[in-house]
Design a protein around this ligand. Sequence first.
Ligand SMILES: [Cu+2]
Length: 176
Amino acid sequence: MPKLKSLTVCLSVGAIAVSATAALADVGHGKKTKFGEPGVEHHVSRTIEVRMGEMYFEPSAIDVKAGETIRFVVINEGDAVHEFNIGTEENWVAHLGEMEKMIDQGMIDFDRIDHEKMRSMGMMHEDANAVLMEPGESREIIWQFPERATEVGVACNVPGHRESGMVGTIEFQVGS
Ligand SMILES: [Cu+2]
């Protein structure tokens, strides 16, 4: 199987405005999963910029090496709230109910997130593997992929978005 061309874009992190709320990611969720774990800065080997909009991730296919730690710089260039969530279909389906609840209770609107309301209702939502972003926001996730190739991808779990094709694939490069 031929090696896929890398779709990565390296860029100066200093040029990116990162929301201060990134630091508030729920540490209670900073645990190991089948598809990897929160990575640490000094293990980062590449930075990959991912743009989100209605209803896409660009790039929609990302190659990683087993065990690699990647800094994802995620930009919401769309008009709606979108999520960048590293996981599997099983996780996404499980997460959808929580998302629907947040919309029902007014914590998420079409183009804005009421962080205050979320906090007051005890729903931080920010997991180490996911960021929920308003239009125009840029955020970072450092993620370490497991030592063995496994099923993993990215999706937006705002209701209706994944179903409309807002998913991306993550492939482990062969022989790495
Ligand atoms: Cu979305």
